[in-house]
Design a protein around this ligand. Structure first.
Ligand SMILES: [Zn+2]
Length: 397
């Protein structure tokens, strides 16, 4: 117990990890209702769980809305710099420590974007359902990650349990037949008159200027897409930010559906209340609701999956599942991100992830607590020696 008293930060973290279990949040929910899904589960690879503190932190950094990402990075950078500067030591030591915290934070942010790592995978018990993504980009999009090919995109999806994905580059029709490792389906994201419209299916190029003039001209796009045999789905955040007062107008123009989750940072600020309103509108008119990774080649994890049933039509044809930490982004003020994001992350830990956190905290505590022999350098040797305390003596043969 002296150990815990001497390491108040570790003690506080341990307490938070344990206390958060009292206010659990399902890691995965039905985005339209907020309820945990009945026939799907998030499966975490062993390496993901073994490294849970790193895995969970990188996921939590990925699922930040733009405003909350900015707030969290600034607030934590300032806090870490102040903490480093105010600890005892020479001026040089304090300056080094003040710099180290913000740099480590920046490294974590970079790791969330590009570090290869194990990722959770959606698994469904119902084999009649297809795990699908409706909205993802390659480097054919002006804002796609350079070098991010359709094959990279397919591998990214496959690792997370998807069996298929539409490829929807900005104003560039995708029609390559790719079957492995998952099926890539033809599509495009048309940017017309302040809106982004996903065209899904056997799409063909259009003359965008015909639909770009005003909302009325845009409305004619859906008839053209239907003529091509494709579906037209309104994308986030554009219909929320630029067309919120006339969602009925989309319905009158024969839109086929609405995104209710989109994992892009700008779109993650969409609130639960608005999501519910759109789901209600879609249900009333028997329209699709879909979730979108909107992957552009950055980040290793999606915040949303879809379970599509080919036999159904309209609203019942697709179930949107999403990470609850991502769905909560629009419900919290950006400035609270520095503490609400870690708390949402801890609340949504599975029991095995929580055990992994506790184990890591205890291992590091033991490492820090074992007195070093004079002249001993810090390092793995000390950890090995401290673990010897728990060694069971093997009986002699
Ligand atoms: Zn997009």
């Amino acid at each position: 117990m002296t150990v815990l008293r001497r390491h108040p930060m570790a003690l506080a973290l341990l307490a938070l990890v344990l206390l958060s279990a009292l206010q659990p949040l399902p890691a995965l929910v039905d985005a339209a209702t907020g309820a945990p899904p009945a026939d799907a589960d998030l499966v975490r690879p062993t390496a993901y769980t073994a490294l849970a503190p790193l895995s969970n932190v990188l996921d939590a950094l990925t699922f930040l809305s733009l405003g909350r990402a900015q707030a969290l990075l600034i607030e934590w950078a300032l806090a870490l710099a102040a903490w480093g500067a105010l600890r005892r030591g020479t001026l040089r030591q304090r300056l080094d420590r003040a710099l180290f915290g913000p740099l480590a934070l920046a490294a974590l942010g970079g790791a969330a974007l590009v570090l290869p790592r194990p990722v959770p995978r959606l698994v469904t018990a119902d084999s009649s359902l297809t795990v699908i993504d409706y909205h993802a980009h390659t480097d054919a999009s002006h804002d796609g990650r350079p070098g991010w090919s359709a094959e990279d995109l397919a591998a990214w999806h496959e690792a997370q349990g998807f069996a298929a994905s539409y490829v929807t580059d900005h104003n560039v029709v995708f029609r390559r037949p790719i079957e492995h490792p998952i099926r890539l389906l033809p599509g495009v994201e048309w940017r017309v008159y302040r809106e982004h419209i996903l065209a899904l299916g056997p799409v063909r190029p259009i003359d965008r200027t015909r639909y770009d003039r005003d909302a009325q001209a845009l409305g004619a796009l859906f008839a053209e897409l239907h003529h091509q045999g494709a579906l037209g789905v309104a994308s986030l955040p554009e219909y929320w930010l630029n067309g919120w007062d006339d969602l009925e107008g989309f319905v009158a123009d024969s839109v086929d559906g609405f995104e209710i989750v989109n994992c892009a940072p700008k779109a993650l600020a969409f609130s639960t209340a608005r999501r519910g309103a759109v789901a209600q509108l879609a249900a009333a008119h028997d329209l699709l609701v879909v979730g979108a990774s909107d992957n552009h080649g950055w980040g290793k994890v999606t915040c949303a999956w879809n379970l599509s049933s080919p036999s159904a039509h309209g609203y019942a044809a697709n179930l949107v599942l999403a990470r609850s930490i991502a769905l909560a982004q629009g419900d919290w003020e950006p400035w609270t991100a520095a503490y609400t994001q870690p708390w949402l992350m801890l609340r949504s830990l599975s029991s095995s992830e929580r055990s992994s956190w506790v184990t890591w905290i205890l291992v590091i505590l033991i490492y820090r607590a074992v007195p070093r022999r004079a002249g001993d350098p810090g390092g793995i040797g000390i950890l090995a020696r401290s673990l010897e305390m728990f060694k069971v003596r093997r009986p002699r043969a």
